[in-house]
Design a binder for this molecule. Structure first.
Ligand code: FAD
Length: 446
């Protein structure tokens, strides 16, 4: 340990959450950081990711904006912009019914570009260890965190941040710790409840993801709508989202197939795997022509059986905290899982970086993180789930099975307003209030 080091922090997982946490911590020279990543090399999924104005504030605060803007056609603005067009498309002739106008742009990227920008921002003193899959950790109150890796090696740190995604090993260890404490107090119902939270749960929805080379789609339909406007094509049992990324060279395509009644049932196949488009073509057979043009251009889709993390009672145990998908993996219907990971990372950085945070006061700083970020991110989880219902025309306020055709457009417009209301936190609210609250709480303990 270098002299003058205040804290040594291990980050487990080098996805968007882990790397943003590392960038946020790099502003404090007296904090040492090492990153442990299970994969052999750092390679984000070849797919798109969109960042809404609220988490984009963090991007600006971490001075990542200028570099990221080189990889997108989207232009950041504070004014109202059309972000998505909505069509009801499960019919021969689609109905254009709504334009989602957001205050500020949705910034869209090819994930590897996003990851590379984060990596380039890290100080050269930060070590990233690949092929290091965490198995578990142990800690004694106030003592260091001992990490055990699958290759049998060990390491010890003052803090462990678990940014290791949906199947998080840190979450498993953290919840097992809580199960043991509950058992030691003979609180068997609490122990049983916590046990049910360890494994992710299937949402009943599968996503089929692909990148379509823009040139391929241009041959099929030179003026396809998605070249100029991000679009969602809605229908009863699923929907398609498509938007340009990588400076217009590719179109990010995701088709969702939803069976809401199967939520929380067990998914028996691989959760993420290459598949063939015949697996979902049948479902979209009768959809409008511009959907067919997209489907014709899809090659080598990946099937993503969407699993989520059930709402946890805490993201923290002693000197360990989880963030991002490890803490609150959600349905992707508000395009906000990565954004929420970015917000977690930023607040953690501020609290751990605060000069009053020392080995002695660490657990207090992490507790403040939990108090601030857990309720918010869990509300986003629930809102994302709701959008998934709305995008498949399932809405308490409107029964789409019983609407005469002449009322369809009016009802679809109402649906647009309902999902906008549910979603507008992402561009109408600011992280500023959480930052102020975090600072107020950490400073009140000095
Ligand atoms: C179809 C779809 C579309 C989406 N679109 C958007 C969008 O537009 N906008 C948005 O904000 N979000 C979106 N999301 C959600 C977003 O992808 C995730 O929320 C985000 O990537 C989570 O980042 P993370 O760093 O928490 O986890 P991950 O990206 O999963 O990273 C976890 C890292 O930890 C590593 N790891 C795992 N286990 C271990 C271990 N035991 N030891 C060490 N390392 C380990 C993994 O290899 C990985 O590198 C989408 C999700 C899906 C499924």
């Amino acid at each position: 340990m270098a002299s003058g080091t205040r804290l040594r922090i291990a980050i487990c997982g080098a996805g968007i959450g882990g790397l943003t946490a590392a960038v946020a911590l790099s502003r404090y020279p007296d904090i040492e950081v090492e990153i442990f990543e299970a994969a052999e090399k750092l390679a984000e999924l070849g797919a798109g990711v969109g960042i809404f104005p609220r988490p984009w504030e963090v991007i600006k605060k971490l001075h990542l904006e200028e570099e990221l803007l080189r990889y997108t056609e989207a232009k950041p603005t504070d004014g109202p912009v059309p972000s998505f067009r909505y069509r009801r498309s499960d019919r021969a002739e689609g109905i254009e019914f709504y334009t989602l106008v957001t205050k500020g742009s949705l910034m869209t990227f090819h994930r590897p570009d996003f990851q590379n920008v984060l990596l380039r921002k890290l100080p050269s003193t930060y070590r990233i260890h690949c092929s290091k899959r965490l198995r578990s950790y142990s800690q004694r109150q106030g003592g260091p965190i001992n990490l055990l890796f699958e290759d049998g090696t060990r390491a010890s740190f003052d803090v462990l941040l678990g940014a290791d995604g949906l199947k998080s090993a840190v979450r498993r260890s953290l919840l097992n710790e809580k199960v043991q404490w509950a058992q030691s107090e003979n609180n068997w119902s609490e122990a049983a409840h916590i046990t049910t939270l360890i494994e992710p749960s299937w949402s009943g929805t599968n996503a089929y993801r692909a990148l379509i080379p823009a040139d391929r789609l241009r041959i099929r339909d030179p003026h396809h709508r998605v070249f100029t406007q991000a679009t969602q094509y809605l229908g009863k049992n699923g929907y398609i989202i498509a938007y340009p990324i990588a400076n217009g060279r590719m179109v990010n395509f995701v088709a969702f197939k939803s069976q809401h009644h199967l939520e929380h049932s067990k998914y028996h196949e691989a959760w993420v795997c290459p598949t063939d488009k015949t697996e979902f073509l049948g479902m979209f057979r009768d959809w409008e022509p511009e959907v067919q043009a997209l489907l014709d251009c899809v090659e080598k889709p990946l099937r993503w059986a969407i699993h989520t993390v059930k709402p946890l009672n805490s993201f923290v145990s002693g000197n360990v905290a989880i963030l991002g998908d490890a803490a609150h993996a959600m349905l992707p219907h508000q395009g906000s899982g990565a954004g929420q990971a970015i917000e977690d990372a930023y607040i953690l950085g501020l609290l751990l970086g605060h000069p009053s945070t020392t080995r002695a006061t660490l657990s207090r700083a992490l507790q403040i993180y939990d108090d601030i970020r857990r309720p918010f991110s869990q509300r986003v989880q629930e809102r994302s789930r709701l959008n998934g219902q709305y995008f498949t025309l399932s809405c308490q306020e409107i029964d789409f099975n019983a609407i005469p055709e002449h009322e369809m457009l009016t009802k679809l417009k109402i649906l647009g307003k309902v999902f906008t209301k549910n979603w507008e936190w992402a561009w109408m609210s600011s992280l500023g209030g959480s930052v102020e609250e975090a600072m107020r709480l950490i400073e009140s303990t000095e």
